[in-house]
Design a binder for this molecule. Structure first.
Ligand code: NAD
Ligand code: TDX
Length: 343
């Protein structure tokens, strides 16, 4: 197996860290460098085991810091860059759009300039199904394909859609070898407890109210995080995927309220904990991915069924209380009060 050096940005966050572990295990000859600014969402304790691996290096830094990024590229001469680094929470983007535009658009621009300068073989932009906007609940026949128009709803999704356009522009204008994946909602280990599934698990464990936005009928298409990692692995190793966009999703649509009820059932907690609260502004109704392209071209298929994945995930949170207790003991309480105090 040949050797490669991959820079994984945002590797101290949820999906990035799962990708670091996936790659270290699957490719013992690869060197994996994580570049992460360690914002509130990044956690060094998540990478504790990776730090013991001599093929892994952690660098604390901001993807918008051109000097630092260029120095790192000069030192490491990466073959591939996979960009997970982003501000990722829709609710926070409604409170502070500026940070989202700066990180999620300017960050990729700095990374791609460095890729161009150092002749990197692939820049992969990790995007989201949210760039397509939403689908109506009464049209279950409709799905997002790669040809669906971009139609973002929140400052978060608008920033991700912008980054996709800039990525494709770097390919067309400069011939940069890029690829993009647009994935549906992930769940699994190391998911930050501001997001629906971990937030509901942790509140239920504390017998705290479970805040369901609006009528709870909004639909998301859930994918186990390891299946997302596998998709990115296939894309970055496929030479014919340069310039391509792939939708990644599991045909696993569920209404929020059904997920919340399932979590309560698994934990043996009563449904009286469910509390309907004020809806998210501009709340997307339904996301649903058509993954035909990645399935037919790269043979990707989701492996973990939701009924197994959610049980595994709940068990992970029960077994890793130290990980999330440290998080919720800090600034998280201020965040929770600010976001949910008046709802
Ligand atoms: P996350 O918020 O858990 O992690 C983001 C990571 O990026 C953190 O470690 C943070 O410290 C780091 N980061 C933030 N700003 C940075 C900067 N300026 N420089 C360097 N590092 C910085 O996010 P996630 O849920 O793991 O999402 C990862 C990527 O996948 C994002 O690009 C997101 O848009 C995309 N995505 C997420 C989902 C999902 O369901 N979570 C689905 C589809 C796509
Ligand atoms: O307290 C809550 N109550 C609630 O009803 C929270 C946090 C969420 N929700 C609802 C809003 C959404 O309909 O649950 C659904 C899922 O919410 P999030 O976990 O915030 O995810 P979402 O907004 O769908 O976005 C996620 O998937 C796509 C990620 O955060 C994005 O980074 C990714 O691009």
């Amino acid at each position: 197996m040949d050797e490669k050096t991959i820079i994984v940005t945002g590797g101290a966050g949820f999906i990035g860290s799962n990708f670091v572990y996936y790659m270290l295990k699957k490719y013992p000859n690869y060197r994996i460098i994580c570049l992460d600014a360690l914002t509130y969402a990044g956690n060094l304790s998540t990478l504790k085991k990776a730090m013991e691996n001599e093929n892994f290096r952690f660098v604390k830094g901001d993807i918008r810091d051109r000097e630092l990024v260029e120095r790192l590229f000069e030192e490491e001469k990466p073959d591939i860059v996979v960009n997970f680094a982003a501000e990722s929470h829709v609710d926070r983007s409604i409170e502070n759009p500026q940070l989202f535009l700066e990180t999620n658009i300017m960050g990729p621009e700095v990374l791609m300039d460095a890729c161009k300068k150092y002749g990197i073989k692939r820049y992969h932009q990790v995007s989201t199904d949210e760039v397509y906007g939403d689908l109506p609940l009464d049209r279950p026949d409709l799905f997002f394909t790669e040809k669906t128009n971009l139609h973002a709803s929140s400052p978060y999704s608008a920033s991700k859609a912008s980054a996709d356009l800039v990525t494709l522009a770097y390919h067309r204008t400069y011939g940069l070898p890029v690829s993009i994946s647009r994935c549906s909602n992930n769940y699994g280990p190391y998911h930050f407890p501001e997001k629906l599934i971990p937030l509901m698990i942790i509140n239920a464990l504390h017998d705290k109210p479970l805040p369901v936005y609006g009528d709870g009928l909004n639909v998301r298409d859930w994918l186990y995080v390891e299946d997302h990692c596998k998709a990115i692995d296939l894309i970055i190793h496929d030479e014919n995927s340069v310039g391509e966009v792939y939708n990644v999703g599991g045909h696993n649509e569920m209404a929020n309220i059904d997920i919340v009820k399932l979590i309560l059932k698994e934990l043996g907690k009563p449904e009286t904990l469910i509390t309907y609260v004020k809806d998210r502004k501009g709340h997307d109704r339904r996301y649903a991915i058509d993954p035909t392209k990645i399935t037919t071209r790269l043979g990707w298929e989701p492996e973990t069924k939701f009924e197994n994945g959610i049980v595994k995930t709940i068990k992970w949170y029960l077994d890793h209380k130290d990980w999330w207790e440290e998080i919720i003991s800090g600034d998280y309480q201020n965040y929770y009060q600010k976001m949910y105090g008046d709802k």
